[in-house]
Design a protein around this ligand. Structure first.
Ligand code: SF4
Ligand code: SF4
Length: 359
């Protein structure tokens, strides 16, 4: 849209040589052309803003506006603003050992710290008790991060610290602390280079720190909760309490008592049955004995008559002598009565036995 300019070159001879002066002139525009050119740019951008649906700023090409703060450009790893302190995500232990190197090298002397001590012995331990950095005076030189032998202090990418409270920019340890995973996210390459050495040094320093000394303040509750969980997991299984076991024991004892009672009951029933049977048997035997006695009695009563009438065994029977056969019907009757009584007794016993079997 801009028309060609007309250039004019003039040559001038001076004492130090030739000088060429080029007058490019001014672009020659038609009336209103500049206005139209500007409007053209505005409308093209307006159209693009309405028609192009972009998910991310990175999808845009060319010159564009980042809609800050909703949109932000990715910062390079080496970007640095203010220092932060790192602690281990797992154990909560800070990497700083309070060696004072960063404090010494800081040009504006904005780093302040005190070393931690063992509360039992009072001896210094490789951990920091308090750490302050005056962000409002820090010049973001990064020397503290460069000099730290434990990779405990790194430069952060955060830059939004505007405040109207001057003292609010003096940051203590709780405000400076960040987990290693945070720094690994913003500077993955830088952390990968130093990770092994830093973690090895941290392991060595942790052995010289008693209890929770050197643990980041915001991690102390988490570490205590973890320790409590481990203690509960490692504790032996609790013995069953008395109230729990009592019902079981009572139930077992009750079952045993009931079984014993049932056994006794059966035994008593058997005994009763046996006694019944015995009484029946006795009655039957008694009846048999009585019958036998009656038979004997009957035989005895008949015997003298027959015996007096009966001839001696060596005496031959005569016609006057009552025949020996006269006593035989009495004996037979007695034996018959005895046999019948015995059969009646057997029958009664058999009937009783059948009754028991049916039961
Ligand atoms: S970045 Fe520089 S000025 Fe800031 S605390 Fe570190 S050494 Fe000091
Ligand atoms: S941050 Fe690093 S240099 Fe500074 S005291 Fe801690 S360990 Fe030493």
């Amino acid at each position: 849209m801009i028309t060609e300019t007309e250039t004019e070159t003039t040559e001038t001879q001076t004492t130090r040589g030739k000088v060429y002066v080029i007058d490019r002139g001014r672009p020659k525009l038609r009336a209103g052309q500049g206005l139209l050119t500007g409007l053209d740019v505005v409308f093209r951008h307006f159209r693009d803003a309405l028609t192009r649906k972009l998910e991310k700023p990175s999808q845009q090409t060319g010159v564009f506006t980042v809609q800050y703060p909703e949109e932000r450009l990715k910062l390079p790893e080496a970007f640095r603003n203010f220092p932060i302190l790192l602690y281990d995500d797992e154990t909560g232990h800070e990497l700083c050992t309070s060696c004072f190197q960063c404090q010494r090298i800081c040009p504006p002397q904005v780093i302040h710290m005190t070393q931690a001590r063992d509360p039992a012995t009072g001896k210094a331990v490789p951990a920091v008790a308090e750490f302050l950095i005056e962000y409002d005076a820090c010049m973001s030189c990064g020397l503290c991060a460069e000099v730290c032998p434990f990779d405990a202090i790194k430069m952060d990418h955060e830059f939004e610290f505007s405040t109207d409270v001057h003292g609010g920019l003096t940051i203590n340890k709780a405000g400076l602390n960040r987990p290693i995973s945070y720094y690994e996210k913003i500077a993955p390459t830088f952390w990968a280079e130093v990770k092994d050495g830093a973690m090895k040094k941290l392991q060595g320093n942790m052995k010289r720190r008693p209890d929770l000394i050197g643990v980041a303040p915001q991690m102390i509750d988490t570490i205590k909760a973890k320790r409590a969980e481990v203690a509960v997991a490692q504790a032996p299984a609790p013995a069953p309490s008395a109230p729990d076991s009592a019902p079981t024991d009572k139930a077992a004892r009750l079952a045993a008592i009931r079984a014993a009672n049932a056994a006794r009951k059966d035994e008593a029933a058997n005994v009763a049955q046996t006694s019944d049977t015995t009484s029946d048997d006795k009655a039957a035997r008694l009846a048999a004995i009585r019958a036998a006695n009656a038979a004997k009695k009957a035989a005895a009563e008949g015997a003298p008559a027959s015996a007096s009438a009966a001839p001696p065994a060596h005496t031959a029977p005569t016609s006057d002598t009552p025949p020996a056969a006269s006593s035989t019907p009495d004996d037979k009757a007695a034996r018959l009565a005895a046999i019948r009584a015995a059969n009646a007794a057997k029958k009664a016993a058999a009937q009783k036995q059948d009754g028991n079997d049916d039961q």
